[in-house]
Ligand binder design. Sequence first.
Ligand SMILES: NC(=O)c1ccc[n+]([C@@H]2O[C@H](COP(=O)([O-])OP(=O)(O)OC[C@H]3O[C@@H](n4cnc5c(N)ncnc54)[C@H](O)[C@@H]3O)[C@@H](O)[C@H]2O)c1
Length: 332
Amino acid sequence: MGYWNGKKVLITGGLGFIGSNLAHALDRSGAELTLIDDLSSGNRFNIRGIKKVTVHEHDFNDARLLADAMTGTDAVFHLAARTDHVAWREDPVPYVQDNVQGTLLLLDAWKKLAGPKPKIIHTGTRGEYGPQTRLPVSEDARPNPLGLYELTKWQSLQMMELYARQFGLTFVHARLTNVYGERARMDTNASGVINWFIRLAMDDEPIPVFGNVQRDVLYVADCVDALMALAETPGAQGTFNVGNSQPVRLHDAVDQIISAAGHGRAVRTDYSPERKAQEPGDFYPDIGKIRKATGWTPKTRFTDGLAQTIAYYSKNRTQYWQKQKPKGMKQP
Ligand SMILES: NC(=O)c1ccc[n+]([C@@H]2O[C@H](COP(=O)([O-])OP(=O)(O)OC[C@H]3O[C@@H](n4cnc5c(N)ncnc54)[C@H](O)[C@@H]3O)[C@@H](O)[C@H]2O)c1
């Protein structure tokens, strides 16, 4: 019997990229799932094949829904968020509504639960660190975010720390790196640079490579393993980097993508002004803390992750290539 067998789990953002991969992994492990997702960037196809699941296609900013969905759960993975890194420059307030006020609503619903309360696993971002001079970057580095998206994730952390001090919240704030893999939106460059470059390569389009910074990349199955390990480990509390301590230069990553896809060509270009304003430079994380706490470490080589990702999208291209037009589309 594994840890998750028969456990009740809520995932907000469960129809999205990471949330749906997490749902598949938890389903395979025997968990009973509830997902909340308003389909603003999620995709129903992402959970095809999962049988034991309750899905609320609804905005998670709803105290009653959160209270009902959290009751009796063993773990809550809070992934729903505004995730576009640059769209806030035109329209900032929804980031605060979803990523700050929404997280507070969830924490307050958690506080009011009667009986045993679940651990909350929240997804932050490496972008919270912003530019840092000391690499690899450890959890002790002071955040220095360059964008509102990243700032709102840091604010969520601060609220969770407050709820831990005042009300005994057990939580993890997982600072995720550049995650790539299957079940991401592929109709926009807003869902991660590696996935977008994979699409361009598969379409034999020019790949605009701006800068040659060092970045770490993480295959989605490894990311999901990390989130589950952090949830399972009683002593895992607070902030953890979830990334890859082996960085890759962007030009090398693009070469590997082109070689895996068998198409595409790199074109050196300048940053757009808004990307330039938010470019933190070289980054890769110190993952010693999560290793020590849980034993987790990334297992998938970039070439293998790319091959699996490309195979998935080759088979399911029609589900991802067209712009999805669900209700209340939030991302460009
Ligand atoms: N993908 C990455 O590389 C990466 C990196 C760092 C952090 N993260 C974080 O991980 C989490 C998941 O990211 P993802 O890449 O899977 O993004 P995603 O956009 O694929 O998933 C987010 C999901 O949340 C849903 N959602 C958004 N607002 C909602 C609302 N108000 N009510 C209900 N559902 C809502 C969307 O429909 C979507 O399905 C996010 O919190 C993101 O900030 C992702």
